[in-house]
Design a binder for this molecule. Sequence first.
Ligand SMILES: [Mg+2]
Length: 428
Amino acid sequence: MRLAKMHVTPIALGDPPLLNAAGLHAPYALRTVVELVTEDGISGLAEVPGSLSVDALLNEARSVVLGADPLNWHALKARLETYFQPESSAARGDAPWDQRKVVQVFSALDVACLDIAGKAFGVPVATLLGGVVREKVPYSAYLFYKYEGAGGVLEFGTDPNAKGWDAARQRPALDADGIVDQARAMVAEFGFRSLKLKGGVFEPEIEVQSLRALRSAFGPEVPIRYDPNALWTVETAIRYGKELEDVLEYFEDPVRGQQAMAEVRRSVKLPFATNMCTTSFADLPGSVLSHSEDIILTDHHYWGGLHSSMELAAFCRSFARGISMHSNNHAGISMAAMTHLGAAMPNLSYALDTHYPWQWEEIIIGGRLPIEDGCVSLPKGPGLGVELDRPALARAHESYLRCGLAERDDQVEMRKKVPEWTFKATRW
Ligand SMILES: [Mg+2]
């Protein structure tokens, strides 16, 4: 089997004005859809966080990809490793989301080849990753402080006819009451059984109030996780971490770097999770030596694909780390890939993160994958089990061309609201 075509399509999906440590989400979230097609017409899909530079690397990779055997990922990966310069861990950068680019190329190609292999063999991708451990994969409710608005074509307004979660998705949430209201609407719509608050937006005291309000509203049976995106000092993290010992399921990246994480972890009786200090295989020896975290949040877009994420899961089992999943904004191809990974990881120990409820557009046939009782069921059918809705993809590509965004930059967006706002790697 040989790869004959590779299509790279940047798209933009409407995204509400969500606040985070790096600023504000733009009205559109960028993604890039990759489609590989074999000589005999089998098509494989993948989706990665989009940017002009990632798209350029994907297009550059075409010369390596065409002619390769999609059933031999080791061989294609070796060719890619020869072609591309390796990225250092430092290339991740200080923002909440990972700045590395080459790793996304590996991820896209790995996922698309697995989709092809699944279709060729008539089995789900999860089967190719070792087998289906669970048919229903649990996700958590991802809560954000936000300004009013829906993003996308409704950038400057809201849909007055919206109801339920659609209406709540557009409302502002700038304090504890707003976050509880958002959580109630999201849980009512999707049945999530755990909550996550994206922090690093307001002073610690204010965010801790929101966490306590969530705890009061939902009770101890609903686990809560919290992520200030490494904006705190060690002293702040220890002080507020101790206050949150009876509130949190886990404490995600309160501080920056493995040594600081290890220092806080020694003083606070909570499990610690990361998608910031241990984000690549090169970081794993440091994780073992410092014990910087208890839970590693994989993200197949940044760990180099689904095979690599399974390697990470094996590491986590060997070194008694929990494993869960980080998420950026994404559409249904990524949701399917994340769900196959979650279905195939024997040691999945926590519900996965997803931004999926924040989007309303979709590029796969049949529309949005349902989230029921907080879970996404493994898509039926071979491979990823999803197919491109080509008219919808064309519309999302039109949105990309129209919105004029070349990469994610939450600081630029934030300055439209707060002109003097500046990102700080450590703020409190
Ligand atoms: Mg995080």
